[in-house]
Write a protein that binds this ligand. Structure first.
Ligand code: NAI
Ligand code: MG
Length: 502
């Protein structure tokens, strides 16, 4: 087994005399341990419209590649406006003739079936997700896929209890919903969008991101296997032009978008004056705030998870660390020691902590913003790990000596890059944390319950985690303040965004 053949890899030790808490010695280097499940990919994926895979009217296809080695995985159809029209026509028909009229308890059976089918094929989906998007297999296997199934289970449970979504009121579905999702959690974002929409009785047209369409198209296979009436879920693939056609279609009663704030604003502008309902889940620049009484080792793990989870491709990533001055030096030393033990490399390897950056474009964005950090005078730390020769990778990076005016403290980097700032008082921490255009999430690390309650009231963020970070559950509503968007996903609140009240 891999552990038996493990060899010591020399790791550069911290400069000077190590503090007593620097307990990590040399790092064990494991033999490669790639996940071997067959992702069952097709060479070419068509559009999924009206319950069938159909060739695009556009006649066009593009390649989806594996960002870990730049190899082509499959051809994906590029839908044009006529294809999007066909998807909406199928969704409208399904809403009018089957799904919209079906009792909730019948819809629930389909949703339970989808959840179970996803569990049955969990390994296969996890490998496909990792190949197409670059995230470590331990994340797609232990987080993305089980959490996607959990969302279907949770919403299946709601489908026959919709009278309790808004007690005293009657709820009704909206009709056809248009949904556009990003590349950071491809299957999970699909689940966040599709499960509540379907539980409420809506039908959907969904567009996955261009770099990560494969698991959405594999999910279309589950839709067929579960025997959903044709047209309840339609998946159209393509780039921003396809996304714009999905968001702007006259048949859409509601549109739901997750992605960049920039594109969110374009969509909002283009839909101003229409009667479409809208929810937007956009960017973030979350602060993780560590007080001097925090459980330090636990906080170090939480900060690491908050920013290096999924290569920092997380809208609620804890990309700013605000650390209390009395412990700042000691905390930073511990953080660096821990970062040196992170394994960067082949996402399919079960030991990998940090996988591949999702695309060449995203790698360029990260590289550009990190260069800006260096230029503006922040102090950069990167461990001396070697990166694979092919593919898109970026070393975990920590900037200290960061001030609020630095670009790395203000702009969403969406990569494994942490900016460290310090504070002296609670008020200063709140002031700095809220001094951003975003407001998606925040983290507080302290031993005092009263401080947690005060901070969670004062922080202008949709989610505040206390003594933990990046924890998700289908029952908890998720969403932003300010330029992070509006509307909630998950929980009863999420369902309210997919219905009309009478
Ligand atoms: P993006 O916002 O362009 O892409 C997200 C989705 O929107 C994709 O499916 C894309 O095809 C679609 N899209 C693009 N233009 C559109 C338009 N005009 N109308 C409708 N749909 C459109 O994000 P991109 O360019 O991939 O990433 C840029 C930055 O956005 C990242 O560096 C990151 O900072 C941020 N981002 C935030 C996400 C979040 O979860 N909040 C997710 C992805 C990116
Ligand atoms: Mg890809």
């Amino acid at each position: 087994m891999s552990t038996l053949t493990a060899q010591k890899r020399p790791v550069s030790r911290p400069q000077g005399r190590p503090a007593p808490e620097l307990i990590f010695g040399d790092l064990w280097e494991y033999d490669p341990a790639p996940e071997t499940a067959d992702p069952k990919l097709k060479a070419r994926y068509e559009l999924f419209i009206g319950g069938k895979f159909v060739a695009p009217k556009s006649g066009k296809y593009f390649d989806s590649i594996n960002p870990a080695n730049e190899q082509k995985l499959a051809q994906i159809a590029h839908a044009n406006a006529a294809d999007v029209n066909a998807a909406y026509a199928a969704a409208k028909k399904a809403f009018d003739t089957t799904w919209g009229k079906m009792p909730g308890k019948e819809r629930a059976k389909y949703l339970y079936r989808l959840a179970r089918l996803l569990q049955d094929r969990a390994r296969e989906f996890a490998v496909a997700e990792t190949l197409d998007g670059g995230k470590p297999i331990k994340e797609s296997r232990d987080f993305d896929v089980p959490m996607a199934a959990a969302h279907f289970f949770y919403h299946a449970g709601w489908a026959d209890k919709l009278d309790y979504v808004a007690p005293g009121r009657k709820v009704a579905p909206l009709g056809v919903v248009g949904q556009v999702i990003p590349w950071n959690f491809p299957l999970l974002m699909l689940a966040w969008k599709i499960a509540p929409a379907l539980a409420m009785g809506n039908t959907v047209v969904l567009k996955p991101a261009e770099t990560t369409s494969i698991t959405a198209l594999k999910f279309a296979e589950l839709i067929q296997d579960a025997g959903l009436p044709p047209g309840v879920v339609n998946i159209v693939t393509g780039f921003g032009d396809t996304g714009a056609a999905v968001m702007g279609h006259p048949t859409a009663a509601k549109v739901a978008f997750t992605g960049s704030t920039e594109v969110g604003k374009i969509i909002m502008r283009s839909l101003a004056g229409t009667d479409k309902k809208m929810t937007m889940e956009l960017g973030g620049k979350a602060a993780n705030i560590v007080f001097d009484d925090a459980p330090i080792d636990q906080a170090v793990e939480g900060i690491i998870n908050g920013i290096f989870f999924n290569q920092g491709h997380v809208c609620c990533a804890g990309s700013r660390l605000l650390v209390h001055e009395p412990i700042a030096e000691r905390f930073l030393a511990k953080l660096k020691t821990r970062i040196k033990t992170l394994r960067v490399g082949d996402p399919l390897d079960k030991n990998t902590d940090i996988g591949a950056i999702n695309s060449k474009e995203q790698l360029a964005t990260i590289t550009r913003l990190v260069a800006a950090g260096v230029k503006e005078g922040a102090k950069m730390f990167q461990p001396a790990c070697s990166l694979p020769a092919k593919g898109y990778y970026f070393r975990p990076t920590v900037f200290s000596g960061v001030s609020m005016s630095h670009r790395i403290a203000r702009e969403e980097i969406f990569g494994p890059v942490l900016s460290v700032l310090t504070f002296r008082t609670l008020d200063e921490a709140v002031e700095k944390a809220n001094n951003t255009a975003y407001g998606l999430s925040a983290g507080v690390w302290t031993d005092k319950g009263s401080r947690i309650l005060k901070m969670s009231t004062e922080l202008k963020a949709g989610v505040v985690w206390a003594n933990t970070y990046n924890k998700f559950d289908p029952t908890s509503p998720f969403g932003g303040y300010k330029e992070s968007g509006f509307g909630r996903e998950g929980g009863r609140q999420g369902l309210l965004d997919y219905c009309k009240l009478a």
